[in-house]
Design a protein around this ligand. Structure first.
Ligand SMILES: Nc1ncnc2c1ncn2[C@@H]1O[C@H](COP(=O)(O)OP(=O)(O)OP(=O)(O)O)[C@@H](O)[C@H]1O
Ligand SMILES: [Mg+2]
Length: 307
């Protein structure tokens, strides 16, 4: 089972307006509502690829109920811990010319009791042979050390973890030695406290992470593809020339692809090839929608890996 932890999921509202011209009142021509947050995105892609997945995390209020309904309607298993305050809602306003504004809530305040209930649920759910994915931000009230605590537990019972987070949350969790990490270029630069431009520089920062016991360090580089550092080897994957619809969530798709491949293939190059194909396929769909599995299969032969 692949367990996707979403401590701060969100309902994404997208409002379409004619133009953003500074007016105080705008007419909304149409709108959409969707379940979101990195963990939910990952779970959806794993599900679409045929992987066995369950969402864990925190959900509250009518926004939380909405996410449950969406997952139910898609046949995605979940066991969220209920919270008092409502799950956050993010609003994006998009004009006809593509200009947009985003309003992102930081999330509900989580009480100590709620966090305790989540941890108990997590410890009860995680079993040998599971793969745990920890991705995205944490809401107020949840200590920065939470991912580290969950990773420590998984390491104790020998359950593999994939970490995808940013900033201090990433740096803190890293020290606990997750099995796999997937920083993007910006997250790697944040971690290194400097700009990085060459493959050699990306690989050198990634190699330093090995001292924490991290086995696979997958650095995604947007249109430039990715690198994966394992042991003394740096694998380099070139980006595909794509007719891109949206790159939002391409990293989440890559995490989902890597997780599914982790269960299916033993060879690191097969895992990397599959993750890269899933990421590429996600770029051909609107927003964070998962790519088409047939497209993933078609891309597999196009992915070039050099070591
Ligand atoms: N413009 C692009 N052209 C081709 N491939 C792309 C493009 N953008 C992303 N990809 C693929 O998707 C992978 C992940 O992309 P990226 O590095 O942008 O992730 P990210 O910043 O973590 O995304 P997010 O957090 O929004 O999910 C890349 O390694 C690459 O394989
Ligand atoms: Mg990302």
């Amino acid at each position: 089972m692949i367990l996707c932890v979403s401590l701060n999921p969100a309902v994404d509202r997208t409002l379409f307006v004619e133009r953003l011209d500074g007016s105080a009142i705008l007419s909304v021509q149409s709108s959409t509502r969707d379940a979101a947050g990195k963990g939910v995105n990952v779970a959806r892609t794993v599900h679409k690829l045929g992987g066995e997945v369950r969402c864990l995390g925190l959900l509250g209020g009518t926004s939380g109920s909405y996410i449950r309904e969406v997952l139910d309607s898609e046949g995605i298993d979940h066991a969220f811990t209920p919270i008092e305050q409502p799950t956050r809602e993010n609003v994006k306003v998009i004009a006809d010319d593509g200009q947009h504004i985003e309003y992102n809530e930081i999330g509900p305040h989580i009480s100590d009791a709620e966090l305790g209930a989540f941890k108990d649920a997590f410890y009860a759910q995680v079993k040998a042979n599971d793969l745990v994915i920890l991705s995205g931000s944490i809401p107020p009230g949840v200590p920065i050390g939470i991912y580290g605590e969950l990773i420590d537990y998984c390491n104790r019972i020998k359950v593999a973890t994939i970490l995808d987070a940013a900033g201090d949350l990433f740096a803190d969790a890293l020290r606990h030695g997750p099995t796999i990490v997937k920083p993007n270029r910006h997250e790697l630069e944040q971690y290194a406290h400097r700009e990085l431009s060459t493959i050699r520089e990306f690989a050198s920062v990634a190699k330093k992470m090995q001292s924490y016991g991290i086995r696979d360090i997958l650095v995604s580089l947007g249109s430039e593809g990715s690198i994966l550092v394992r042991g003394d080897t740096t694998y380099r994957v070139a980006g595909l020339a794509l007719d891109v619809k949206s790159v939002v969530g391409a990293g989440d798709a890559m995490v989902a692809g890597y997780a599914v491949a982790f269960r299916q293939f033993d060879a690191i190059t097969d895992r990397l090839r599959y993750a890269s194909a899933v990421a590429a396929a996600s770029c051909l769909t609107e927003g964070t929608r998962p790519g088409d599995p047939d497209q993933v299969q078609a891309f597999l032969k196009d992915i070039k890996i050099a070591a």
